[in-house]
Design a protein around this ligand. Sequence first.
Ligand SMILES: [Zn+2]
Length: 281
Amino acid sequence: MLLNVFASSCCVTALLFGGAVDAHARAVSPEDSSGFVLVKLYAPEIQQEIRYYSTYNFVGERIAGYEAPCAILTKEATRALKHAADELAKKGYGLKIYDAYRPQKAVTHFVNWAKDLKDTRMQRDFYPDIDKSKLLGPYIAPRSGHSRGSTVDVTLTDLKTGKDVDMGGTFDFFGAKSHPDYKGTLSRDQLRSRRILRDAMERSGFRGIKTEWWHYTLKNEPYPNTYFTFPVSDLLFLPDKEKATPSAAGDPKPDTVAPADPSKAKPEEAESAQPAEKPAP
Ligand SMILES: [Zn+2]
């Protein structure tokens, strides 16, 4: 009975978002975290600053569903991100994650916040040029690709200093300055840094979007039709828990991580075909 529910749910999702149904897409329960891992266990060199666990984000408070400041991704996305980090390290750069898997509950929190036009406490930092009434739709939608578990928000760090590289704008800034190729006020170095990040991510199997320099989705994502609901919590992945033991067979391990193969990627998925994807963040 449950299987039927999920099967019909997937079909509905595919119809809604216009994507082709992947015959190999795994139908799983949205509560099932067994295909996911804690990124820090496989790529501890990647810094993490999980903004939605903190209060420094466009809402100004901890976001629902964030129970720990940890990045969680599918095994496949973790493997690809590790590949990008290895490649960037050769050039003296590190990666820092701002957000990874995002439970549906958090996305709903964003929508409810967007409807409350009186709460503009973080406007100065994140949307100074946009009236809050204009955020719902273009910037905030009822679903996000992050909930499928293979999308990550990242920036570059300098491996020598450990500091963030100047990307010409902050993560989650709502506006044209966040477009990767923004031709306005960005310096050559800032544009170059965005290209370095993009090149490494694309060579590792991710694709970016035109509106946010930090946002990347694994092209061949394992759960293209499932919007997961389990919380962002490291408790789900502790070894003494029955579920999702990181060392279980089949999980990626640092010494066995294979480079992502971009040639196996599915055809480019038009962002516009996914109204559920929130352009920012
Ligand atoms: Zn994102």
